[in-house]
Write a protein that binds this ligand. Structure first.
Ligand code: 8X3
Length: 248
């Protein structure tokens, strides 16, 4: 059997990197795509994959990624994206919102569009990394909840559009994940604020937990489509209902 190919965007850290590692363990040749070349080259060396420098907001990078991936792609993990800020609508920084839309929505759509022929040829799986933010809005979440809700709608449209094609469309929606950079980026490098997100939560999810879920969705038999996987830590009953234990 020929080697199965997986493309992971946003592979330089967090859920993307953990997923690249996990899929390599599962026998995939993983194409690690991200902006930070040094990081993905190191990762590709570690897991025997390939690195493609790719900013998903740049059409020329997306074209290069599709060319590197070749004729057949078994799995696309469209993971690149993230949150910027927690501004209320009244104070929102629209430049940050535009960046979020460009990466989380257009970047995901562009990755899918470019790789769709290769995914269809291979009877492959598209997995997007959404968020529980797509399901329930919260104060300060309008920008991020909005983009993740857009991804969710896009996946629903895509599944309908591809109903007669041999390609599957899956969305993994994580809740609270203590990953390398998610909260740090969201709070513009403010480590203390980033840490507060997880304060008192005994066991937030890890990026490896989500990588497990993605690997599951990507490796079920070909007739099985996992439409959506919503994954939260046990301590998080809803986005705003988190069990926190005293920290001091
Ligand atoms: C991250 C989950 O609750 O911070 O995607 O929006 S949340």
């Amino acid at each position: 059997m020929s080697t199965r190919i997986a493309v992971v965007t946003g592979a330089s850290s967090g859920i993307g990197r953990a997923t690249a590692r996990r899929l390599a363990q599962d026998g995939f040749e993983v194409i690690c795509a991200a902006r930070r070349t040094d990081r993905i080259e190191e990762l590709a060396r570690e897991i025997g994959g390939r690195a493609v420098t790719c900013d998903v907001t740049r059409p020329e990078d997306i074209a290069r990624l599709a060319e590197a991936a070749g004729d057949r792609v078994d799995v696309l993990v469209a993971n690149a994206g993230g949150a910027l800020g927690t501004d209320y609508v009244a104070q929102a920084d629209f430049a940050e919102w535009r960046t979020m839309y460009d990466t989380n929505v257009i970047g995901v759509a562009a990755s899918i569009q470019a790789l769709l022929p290769a995914l269809t040829r291979a009877h492959g799986v598209i997995v997007t990394v959404g968020s529980v933010a797509a399901l329930t809005a919260y104060e300060g979440g309008a920008g991020y909840c909005g983009v993740k809700a857009a991804v969710r709608s896009m996946m629903q449209s895509l599944r309908l559009e591809l109903w007669d094609q041999p390609v599957r469309v899956c969305e993994v929606d994580p809740g609270m994940v203590k990953s390398d950079e998610f909260s740090l980026v969201r709070f513009h490098g403010d480590r203390e604020r980033a840490e507060q997100v997880y304060a008192g939560v005994r066991q937030p999810l890890t990026q490896e937990d989500i990588a497990d879920c993605i690997a599951y969705a990507a490796t079920v038999p070909e007739h099985v489509n996992i439409d959506q996987l919503v994954v939260r830590p046990r301590a998080q009953a809803a986005a705003h209902k988190v069990f926190r234990e005293p920290t001091d």
